[in-house]
Write a protein that binds this ligand. Structure first.
Ligand SMILES: C[S@@+](CC[C@H](N)C(=O)[O-])C[C@H]1O[C@@H](n2cnc3c(N)ncnc32)[C@H](O)[C@@H]1O
Length: 261
């Protein structure tokens, strides 16, 4: 299997990332509801979004939680290029940009009320990240993880029709394994595990635009020739079932809420 060069991938995709990935407000609304339910928005809070990328979810989080409820929003990412894009969208909005790995956060212990990681946990060393999350969160603070499980990935349009997509994507967790790992965490209580389904409609042209931009890092796990062949077969597979002007499918994601004891 091709070795994945994460910095190269995110440096290349940074300028178009926001155009080729879908942004769903549902997990942010769910985060707001959990924080309200646990009375966490009574005073302005400090949030840190880890693997924040271009900051699209951080931006939505600030908007939905309301800027007056946020003391500071720290956007933390290993990719300088992704963070530079985030800066162009969020500068001056209580946002601070930190170029750092998730596994070694340059934050003081017990200083953060809410930590988030959207579409990023599969890039992290899970154990090291959790250790850091435990350290930087205040007692009673929340860690929200938004991800796709292996099962959800396999049911996606890419998993179904793009050759070898699911088998190449070895980094995502299987649902049972993920829940087992979360329940084993001594310093966190698993508050909720919520699965979301998003019905989508697209054209062949739009889907191919995403493929050519390599909107999922999974595409970097293909060799060049294998990738070319896979794109060809993906097109053929879709044409067997869909009108190229109207391709319907469902995306699925999972939101995990963990509360630090
Ligand atoms: C798929 S993108 C998601 C970006 C953003 N959270 C979103 O949903 O739009 C994953 C992000 O995680 C970052 N990343 C990958 N490994 C990381 C690590 N070990 N520490 C911090 N950030 C990391 C990448 O640079 C990239 O910006």
């Amino acid at each position: 299997m091709k070795k994945f060069n994460i910095s190269r991938h995110f440096a290349q995709i940074a300028p178009v990332y926001r155009h080729v990935r879908t942004l769903d407000p549902e997990p942010i609304l769910a985060i707001r509801d959990i924080l309200v339910q646990h009375k966490k928005l009574k005073k302005p809070i400090k949030i840190a979004d880890i693997g924040a990328g271009t900051g699209r979810y951080t931006e939505l989080l600030i908007k939905i939680l309301k800027p007056e409820n946020i003391n500071a929003a720290l956007l933390i990412d290993v990719s300088f290029e992704m963070l530079s894009m985030a800066q162009s969208y969020l500068a001056g909005r209580k946002a601070y940009f930190i170029n750092s790995p998730a596994e070694n956060l340059p934050l003081k212990s017990q200083t953060i009320e809410v930590l988030t990681a959207f579409n990023a946990i599969h890039h992290f060393d899970f154990k090291k990240f959790i250790r850091e999350a435990q350290r930087v969160l205040k007692p009673g603070g929340f860690l929200f993880i938004y991800t796709r499980t292996q099962e959800q990935n396999r049911r996606s349009i890419w998993g179904k029709f793009f050759p070898n997509f699911s088998d190449k994507e070895y980094r995502l967790f299987w649902k049972d394994d993920l829940i087992k790992r979360l329940k084993r965490l001594k310093k966190f209580e698993l508050v909720s595990y919520t699965e979301f389904e998003y019905p989508r409609i697209s054209t062949m042209e739009e889907l191919l635009k995403k493929v050519f931009a390599k909107h999922y890092s999974t595409f970097y796990l293909y060799d060049d020739e294998e990738y070319k062949q896979a794109v060809k077969l993906f097109k053929q597979n879709l044409l067997k079932y869909y009108d190229p002007e109207q391709i319907t499918y469902t995306d699925e994601n999972t939101l995990i809420a963990l509360k630090k004891n």
